[in-house]
Write a protein that binds this ligand. Sequence first.
Ligand code: ZN
Length: 208
Amino acid sequence: MSSTMGFDRLSADADIESLEAPESIEELSQLVRRELELLGEDPQRQGLLKTPERVALSLAWLTRGYEQDVRKVIGDAVFEETHENMVMVRDIELYSLCEHHMLPFYGKAHVAYIPNGRIVGLSKLPRIVDVFAQRLQVQERLTDQIAEAICEILDPLGVGVVIEAFHLCMMMRGVQKQNSKTITSALRGVFRDDAMTRDEFLRLAHGG
Ligand code: ZN
């Protein structure tokens, strides 16, 4: 009974920011230990002794994006620049957890924008992807959040984000479709309103 209440408390509070704290890791470890029991396992057997703590630390790391703020991640890496052509970073590796099953989805993000007087250090685009990927997500929202963050920080002429990902919850269970890739896009500004820009972006994103 008490462990069931523990699960409820954790999800109800959404107190995930404090997971890095040792006491949260300890509490989460206890829940994982109970989870193992409910699955019919023996948490005392050799191979599983440290598993609850490993799972707790792993989950805390995989969801550390909750503690990160995009503006802090960008820092002072925004520069004045008159360049007005498309800037794109393609094939950004992406790992996230689906919020429905807490199973991984993984794939690639392609992120582009057209500056309006300001550019951001190129290495920051993958960092923005990580801030939002390292949370419990649905791919659609993840795609939107990345586009929105770039809009807010750079106020560019437009932003385009495409994510292509494989969802383990579809591959290992449910419909068991191992080869289905889910593709989502978020288009802002000229990427949405101008057909030529949109076409150029989608062609580049898909390897053209
Ligand atoms: Zn899922």
